[in-house]
Design a protein around this ligand. Structure first.
Ligand SMILES: Cc1cc2nc3c(=O)[nH]c(=O)nc-3n(C[C@H](O)[C@H](O)[C@H](O)COP(=O)(O)OP(=O)(O)OC[C@H]3O[C@@H](n4cnc5c(N)ncnc54)[C@H](O)[C@@H]3O)c2cc1C
Length: 394
């Protein structure tokens, strides 16, 4: 049985029961994905469904939400072990944002309806925040939801919506207040992607895939019961610091990056380029970078354990990670030399083209979920206490 949260960092027994159960689970459900790309999503969904059924998913969620209710120390051990076992990522990555929001602000009916299928990856989710006229300046969003009895009628457009073509549901910010009401007139709505009037138009990304899309709403009817929190109270919900979840998610990233840096060093050895002073210097920088990521994750965790808001450490962490991710992949391409031009569809591409693909996708790490410039503004204003940028109110 999972233990209850203790909040203590050093209470983890050396061989915690859940770690043994995780290893046993992985023996029965191998973590190696199928060779065929087209079968990988269905495989990852089935893997996570089995993990949830075995009560080995969602280490930080409460027991009654289907989670494990592990202490922070245990969650760290969980994420470390999952990285070591090379567990596949949850196919609906944005679950990490909407689930803690529902756990904290959702009604009992919403939790009962959505959390289970979300965790099992039976239902996929996308995030509908950005619009053509509202990215960095999100309070300018204009997709309208007008009340008509027990439903809202939604009209407007979202853009850059990751996984929209796969999603069953969207958690969206919509305008329920008067035009121009900015943060004060925004509600948080759960919109079924299968509802009449929803159109998804895929957008091609830099690597040639269609991971994100434009989403159009034409008189889409959404039950009022699908609103999370109060009408016009959505901004605060979307911005609530979900510190605990965020801090442990950072740790999961830290373990993953540690592994990737080791793999990059191995690649340099295998390619025989370790005598190149430029590569050696690059590897040293990357090693320093991964330690900086780790140190920042610890700061965020420290804040959580100390009952402080990890927001400040979190914004520094996001910027450090985003820029580190790009440097890491730039170095990988240098290590590969001319082979770096072989994309993942080339049978002779080293390691299936993963480094080149990673490089291309890393371009977005300083844009998505808030650009590097906006992160710097946030750090300047909220961490360093510098004067507010003219004209911003977010
Ligand atoms: C791979 C990827 C996936 C994404 N997935 C999603 C998703 O699932 N759901 C979703 O809602 N959105 C998603 N986004 C959108 C993302 O959140 C926005 O791209 C981001 O918020 C920036 O908004 P924008 O593209 O409108 O750029 P803009 O806000 O128009 O910014 C353009 C440029 O101006 C700079 N800038 C803007 N304002 C300032 C300022 N005040 N000070 C200094 N510089 C400034 C920016 O840094 C940027 O360089 C995704 C983006 C990417 C790249």
């Amino acid at each position: 049985m999972p233990t209850q949260s203790s909040g203590e960092q050093d209470t983890l027994p050396a061989t915690a029961d859940f770690l043994d159960r995780l290893r046993a689970f992985v023996r029965e459900h191998p973590t190696k994905p199928p060779r065929e790309r087209s079968g990988r999503l269905a495989w990852a969904r089935a893997w996570h469904a089995a993990l949830a059924d075995a009560r080995l998913a969602a280490p930080g969620w409460p027991l009654d939400a289907g989670g494990m209710d592990l202490s922070l120390a245990e969650q760290i051990a969980y994420h470390r072990e999952m990285t070591r076992l090379r567990a596949p990522k949850h196919p609906s990555g944005l679950m990490g944002i909407v689930a803690p929001t529902l756990i904290k602000h959702g009604t009992a009916d919403q939790k009962a309806r959505f959390l289970g299928p979300m965790l099992r990856a039976d239902e996929m989710w996308c995030q509908g925040f950005s619009e053509p006229g509202a990215g960095s300046d999100l309070p300018a969003l204009s997709t309208r939801a007008v009340r008509d009895g027990d439903t809202y009628v939604v009209d407007g457009q979202k853009v850059w919506t990751s996984q929209a073509h796969l999603a069953d549901w969207m958690f969206a910010l919509v305008r329920t207040g008067a035009p121009g009401s900015r943060q004060d007139g925004i509600s948080y709505l759960l919109i079924p992607m299968t509802a009449p009037g929803v159109t998804v138009r895929p957008l091609r990304d830099i690597a040639g895939g269609t991971h994100f899309a434009e989403v159009f709403f034409d008189a889409v009817r959404v039950p009022v019961a699908n609103r999370v929190g109060e009408e016009n109270g959505g901004w605060a919900i979307a911005r609530t610091s979900l510190g605990h979840e965020r801090a442990t998610a950072f740790l999961a990233d830290e373990f993953r990056y540690r592994r990737i840096v080791d793999e990059l060093a191995e690649l340099a050895v295998c390619r025989g380029v370790c005598d190149d002073p430029y590569i050696r210097q690059g590897l040293a920088h990357i090693e320093a970078g991964v330690r900086a990521v780790a140190a920042n994750s610890r700061r965020a965790l420290d804040a959580v354990l100390d009952d402080r808001d990890p927001g400040a450490a979190a914004s520094v962490n996001r910027l450090v990670r985003a820029e580190f991710d790009q440097r890491l992949h730039e170095l990988a391409l240098r290590v590969l030399g001319p082979d770096a031009v072989l994309g993942s569809r080339e049978p002779t591409a080293p390691e299936g083209g993963r480094w080149t693909y990673g490089y291309l996708m890393s371009r977005s790490s300083t844009i998505g979920a808030g650009t590097a410039e906006i992160q710097r503004n946030t750090i300047a204003e909220r961490v360093l206490g510098l004067p507010k940028e003219y004209g911003t109110d977010g």
